[in-house]
Each structure stands twice: as structure tokens, then as C-alpha cells.
Design a protein around this ligand. Structure first.
Ligand code: RP5
Length: 166
């Protein structure tokens, strides 16, 4: 059986980002949404990152997600070469904790938008859920799954109990 055409492209600047970004990929897997995940860097593999972004729409991708740390230009570079919506996930960097990544991503010049999420795993999951919400606008099956996910999450929180105080 051939694999379905991916709807989402997840790029990360290094395989060291994968321990966090696998939470993004797992979210798409849980929703049954075809995605592809690759390591491409704005700095170490600039030509390939630009080629990926410029060819993404023609290959059927609908959303791009770029994760990077420190001088985190990957999502911005993708947005520069593609008209697809680009979501950015700042990675917690070694020396500055990811604030550097966040600021690198969020301060895009007017005209080339990138939607930037929280640093780390929450951002990785929320970027995926945001992409799911965008895809749900034109896909009733995905919309149904998103509603079910939200309901299950609500019920899980409401079922929580707190321990008695001593
Ligand atoms: C960025 O530099 C990557 O996205 C990663 O978060 C960071 C460190 O990369 P490595 O030195 O671990 O490959 O480009």
C-alpha cells in the first residue's frame, strides 16, 4: 500500500530537535494526518531548505512547521520561499534557554508572516493542533476528530481530583 501524500511538512534544524519535535509528529499520527519530518537547516543546508520550501505547495503540502534553536531562522526562510502557512516552534537552546530562538522567530519583518508558538514541547504540540484546526476547515473528518480530542481533554481535566490536605 502506498503512503498517502503528506499534508504537513515538519522541518527541524538538527536531529537534536527531534526529542521535542516528535511530540508534534505524534499529534499528527494520533489524528491520522499524513506528515513528513526532515532535518534541514537554514544555515547548514540553506539550498536544500529553500528548495524544500519552494516545492512544498506543488507537492501537495498544506502547512509547513519549522523548528529551530538559537539563531532560529528556518521558519522565516521557509516563509520567504513559500506562500503556505508557516508555523514556528522555538527550541530550548543550550545557553539561552530558547528565548533567543523565540525572538529570532517571532520578529519577522512585515509582509512575511510566521506564526510562532511556545518554546519546547507545548509549542510542538500546539503547532500541530493549530495545523489540525486549519486542515479541519476544509475536511469534515479532521474536524470531527478535533472536536473529539477537545471533548476528551475537557473530560480528563474535569475528572481530576485533588488529594486531601494533611
Ligand atoms: C539549530 O541549532 C538547531 O535547530 C538546533 O536547535 C540548534 C543546535 O543544533 P546542533 O548543534 O544540536 O546540531 O540550528
Amino acid at each position: 500500500m502506498s503512503n498517502p501524500t503528506p499534508l504537513v511538512g515538519i522541518l527541524m534544524g538538527s536531529d537534536s530537535d527531534w526529542p521535542i519535535m516528535k511530540a508534534c509528529a505524534k499529534t499528527f499520527k494520533d489524528f491520522g494526518i499524513a506528515y513528513e519530518a526532515k532535518v534541514l537547516s537554514a544555515h547548514r543546508t540553506p539550498d536544500q531548505a529553500l528548495d524544500y520550501a519552494s516545492g512544498a505547495q506543488a507537492r501537495g503540502l498544506k502547512v509547513l512547521i519549522g523548528a529551530a534553536g538559537a539563531a532560529a531562522h528556518l521558519a522565516g526562510v521557509m516563509a520567504a520561499k513559500s506562500e503556505l502557512p508557516v508555523l514556528a516552534v522555538p527550541m530550548p537552546s543550550k545557553h539561552l534557554g530558547g528565548l533567543d530562538s523565540l525572538l529570532s522567530m517571532v520578529q519577522m519583518p512585515g509582509g512575511i508572516p510566521v506564526a510562532t508558538f511556545a518554546i519546547g514541547e507545548a509549542g510542538a504540540v500546539n503547532a500541530a493542533l493549530f495545523a489540525v484546526a486549519m486542515l479541519a476547515l476544509s475536511d469534515a473528518e479532521i474536524a470531527k476528530k478535533l472536536s473529539a480530542f477537545r471533548l476528551a481533554q475537557t473530560e480528563k481535566v474535569l475528572a481530576k481530583t485533588l488529594p486531601d490536605v494533611e
